[in-house]
Design a protein around this ligand. Structure first.
Ligand code: DLL
Length: 434
């Protein structure tokens, strides 16, 4: 099923000419209304009129998260505050949050894109959508909520937390679609088991998970533990919120990014150069319909690649490979680049460990050291020391073989790693920032 047949299956040439037209309009608008862009265009010696093709985009300057911080709170708004009907914010690791504003039309666009996303994930009218993304300044809750209503599903605005109640409601109300982070999803399954319940016996059919990196192995774990299809959804508040891209249930391979609203590019994060189609690098997104905060070549820091091949579902919008992680979460351990999701995929292939882990990074002199803490299951935990030692050695060896990095492995008791109701904290970085 396709929500918006006309736009989701537009031929490539039609997508590209629509993109160019909308890009040119956006450039004119930000040049006239956002002082930061006027300045950036001047500095880059480029005018909106000079952008006559999509290739010309490469002449445009990037927008960084720092630009949003520097203009905090409203400096990037392209319309007067009177036209903003909603404000969200995402908390950074340090300092002030990043503020985003939506006009009424932006909310309609977001709702439409979330409706497309739900339908792509296999949801429909008649579904009971259990929305456990946080409601509040975080975009997850409200973003998913509006889209769920739009397709005519019955949405339960659960928000995050209150795990026992979530399970009761999911069972009693017959929730058929669950929206939450992948880590919270596994926590829900675990908490249900502790109460003697098995979510596989519930009516749940589909999970729509995102807001944090996760691996294919974690998907398998979720699908098995909950007896559902688990779909990857991507988004970020600066660009919109959830619903920038989603996997279709037909292929479950790569996330369609809605190209009539966004132009994706993949760049080399070091040089800023655009990479040829299919190469992995940093995702850069330009919004071409947003009114509140249009962003030109926004550097997401997320690492992925474009999958240019057509998809079996019939949608023509290009796909992004599952995110490997964020460039700022990438650990450099003795010269080797490691994403937490790569370690995750090693761990989840090993019998006896639970899908709960944390990476502790320290600095020893000039060298970074990595400790992998992972929970073992009850059975293994009560096994002989020798069994645990062998398991630890096996994990260390698999990580070394696959990623080429030496780490310490610490096996910890079941349920000793903190569970998260939203985005999981996978990395604890104890290196002093210098
Ligand atoms: O996390 C929006 C969202 C809500 C997406 C619900 C999906 C579901 P932010 O809090 O601004 O917005 O965080 C955005 O989260 O740049 C990625 O690094 C990461 N992220 C989001 N979705 C995925 C995903 C929301 N499917 C940041 N896979 C992004 C990997 C993801 N990382």
């Amino acid at each position: 099923m396709i929500w918006n047949d006309e736009f989701e299956t537009l031929p490539r040439e039609a997508i590209q000419s629509l993109q160019l037209k909308r890009l040119q309009q956006t450039l004119q608008r930000v040049n006239a209304t956002v002082p930061l862009y006027k300045r950036k265009f001047n500095e880059a010696k480029v005018t909106p009129e000079q952008i006559r093709s999509l290739e010309d985009m490469q002449r445009l300057p990037f927008t960084l998260k720092q630009d949003m911080r520097d203009t905090y709170p409203y400096g990037m708004f392209a319309v007067p505050l009177e036209q903003i009907v909603r404000i969200h914010a995402s908390s950074g690791t340090t300092g002030k949050p990043t503020v985003v504003g939506y006009t009424r039309r932006d909310i309609e666009t977001w709702t439409e894109l979330m409706a497309r996303s739900f339908v792509a994930a296999g949801a429909h009218k008649g579904d009971v959508i259990h929305n456990a993304y946080g409601y509040g300044l975080f975009t997850g809750g409200l973003g998913a909520h509006y889209g769920a209503e739009k397709i005519g599903a019955s949405v339960i605005p659960m928000s995050g937390g209150n795990t026992k109640k979530q399970i009761m409601i999911m069972q009693d109300f017959g929730s058929s679609v669950l929206t939450c982070t992948p880590s919270y999803c596994l926590f829900l399954a675990e908490a249900a088991r502790e109460e003697g319940l098995d979510i596989r016996d519930f009516k749940l059919r589909v999970g729509i998970h995102g807001a944090e990196p996760w691996s294919e192995q974690m998907r398998n774990e979720i699908e098995e533990n909950l007896g559902i299809k688990a779909i990857d959804i991507y988004g970020l508040s600066e660009i919109l919120g959830p619903g920038v891209g989603i996997e279709c249930i037909e292929a479950q391979t790569g996330l369609h990014i809605w190209e009539d609203h966004f132009i994706p590019e993949i760049i080399n994060p070091e040089t800023g150069e655009v990479l040829p189609p299919g190469e992995r690098g940093e995702l850069v997104i330009t919004t071409i319909t947003k009114e509140g905060i249009p962003l030109i070549r926004y550097r997401t820091r997320d690492i992925t690649r474009l999958i240019p091949e057509p998809c079996i579902c019939g949608r023509t919008h290009v796909r992004l490979e599952r995110m490997s992680g964020r460039s700022d979460d990438m650990l450099i351990i003795r010269g080797v680049n490691v994403f937490p999701s790569q370690i995750e995929s090693v761990l989840f292939n090993i019998e006896g460990v639970e899908p709960h882990y944390q990476l502790i990074v320290e600095r020893d002199g000039n060298l970074d050291t990595l400790e992998v803490q992972v929970e073992v299951n009850e059975k293994t935990f009560s096994d002989e020391i020798k069994v645990l030692q062998d398991l630890g050695n096996r994990i260390r060896k698999d990580i070394k073989d696959l990623l080429g990095v030496t780490c310490k492995v610490r096996l910890v008791e079941p349920r000793s790693i903190a569970r998260s109701e939203g985005k999981a904290k996978r990395v604890i970085d104890n290196r002093q920032s210098d």
